[in-house]
Design a protein around this ligand. Structure first.
Ligand SMILES: *[C@@H]1O[C@H](CO)[C@@H](O)[C@H](O)[C@H]1NC(C)=O
Ligand SMILES: *[C@@H]1O[C@H](CO)[C@@H](O)[C@H](O)[C@H]1NC(C)=O
Length: 375
């Protein structure tokens, strides 16, 4: 009797504490009894304790630390929908962030990682690829493609809730990204692997000039404030930008158009070129829209008031709650403004402001260091 109870106890214990059976078929039982309760307490596991989306935290972090990006609400809503426990997703969530440097794209992906994983961006379920570092050599395209595909598959079979961040997408050899296609399509179960629960975030400067120009137009000529803008003001534009700029997923597309152009030049069938280019553009944007990217999020260029907020925040992070006015102005001197002579927005956003602030704090706010010096 006692033995039977012990067995039942043991089995229910295993059932509630093991973290190896979630991904599907690959079941590895812990070999030591004490591992059962301790392992997942201290080491990251694929369970609710370690992976739990927290919208409130995300919104708070974005409001506190990211300036002038009202259109990010769309990304927050998309994530909340993706992690809605009552309506499980039918495909992996794919977000594409576009905008110039320093507008907060990396920052936001970090906050997203923190809002999903207890271990934040250090989680073993968060993967950060940088175009220029990981996938930029054309000669290695086949190797990249098969590596990437097996990593995606391998990780997702370990745990279906993974976050993949692809930074500098414009530097990635376009064919490499095709390895992702089968994984983010509307098929939630391939080879027993659940692909529908992951999140993919693509970061690039692609379309940044168009976003800036369009923002400038809406703002200056139509007098719209940034809070009045909606995603529809920009989404079509980003797609257009993706098609017109090199890289990203448009290689086949531009190849197609180049051939059509040749046809046009050499056989003077102008309407044929027109037909092909609309067909090509439409076809590809449709593919991107339906199979690959769920939401394009533009990052708007930052104005003076946003840069001032960044500077204050950087001071606050270094415990200076009341920076001197002249020091804020001193940092403002470093900022380059554009477009042209209009000085409407910063050309580098909030980039490198942290370092400038650190220097001033070390130089002029010695009282914040004396405590430590005396130790
Ligand atoms: C994000 O928000 C949480 C609380 O909501 C806070 O503990 C954490 O420090 C914030 N992260 C950053 C980088 O500000
Ligand atoms: C998971 O992805 C990483 C790259 O982030 C890779 O190095 C690793 O081998 C992958 N794991 C599996 C089991 O495929």
């Amino acid at each position: 009797m006692l033995f039977r109870n012990l067995v039942i106890f043991f089995l229910s214990y295993v059932k509630f504490n093991n973290c190896f059976n979630i991904g599907g078929f690959k079941i590895e039982w812990p070999t030591k009894l004490e591992d059962l309760n301790l392992y997942c307490k201290f080491k990251e596991c694929c369970n609710d304790n370690w992976i739990k989306y927290n919208r409130v935290r995300l919104v708070k972090n974005l409001t506190d630390r990211v300036y002038g990006q009202p259109l990010l609400n769309e990304a927050v809503d998309a994530l909340s929908a993706h992690f809605n426990p009552y309506y499980p997703p039918t495909k992996a969530l794919t977000l594409s962030f576009h905008g110039m440097t320093g507008t907060g794209k990396n920052f936001v992906s970090k906050f997203i990682a923190e809002s999903i994983y207890k271990a934040g961006s250090k989680s073993k379920y968060v993967h950060h690829f940088i175009g220029r570092m990981h996938f930029s050599e054309r000669s290695k395209v086949h190797e990249y493609k098969s590596d990437l595909y097996s990593w995606l598959k391998g990780n997702m079979s370990d745990c279906p809730q993974q976050l993949f961040i692809f930074d500098e997408v414009d530097k990635i050899v376009p064919e490499v990204l095709n390895a992702i296609k089968p994984v983010i399509d509307y098929r939630d179960n391939v080879d027993g692997i659940d692909y529908s629960q992951s999140v993919f975030i693509f970061l690039s400067n692609t379309g940044a000039d168009l976003i800036n120009e369009h923002y400038y137009d809406l703002h200056m000529s139509e007098g719209k404030s940034r809070e009045q803008l909606s995603l529809t003001d920009f989404e079509w534009l980003i797609k257009k930008g993706i098609f017109n700029e090199e890289g990203w997923l448009n290689k086949e597309n531009s190849y197609f158009i180049n051939i059509a152009k040749k046809v046009y030049y050499f056989s003077f069938i102008g309407s044929f070129y027109q037909f092909i280019s609309t067909l090509g553009g439409f076809h590809h944007s449709d593919t991107i829209k339906n199979n690959l990217i769920d939401h394009y999020i533009p990052f708007l260029p930052l104005e003076e008031r946003h840069i001032r907020s960044c500077i204050r925040e950087e001071f606050r992070l270094k415990s200076v709650t009341n920076p001197r006015k002249e020091h804020i102005e001193q940092i403002m001197q470093y900022i380059e403004w554009g477009p042209d002579s209009s000085k409407t927005f910063s050309k580098t956003g909030c980039k490198r402001i942290g370092q400038k602030v650190a220097l001033l704090v070390a130089k002029y706010y010695k009282q914040y260091f004396t405590g430590r010096d005396e130790l």
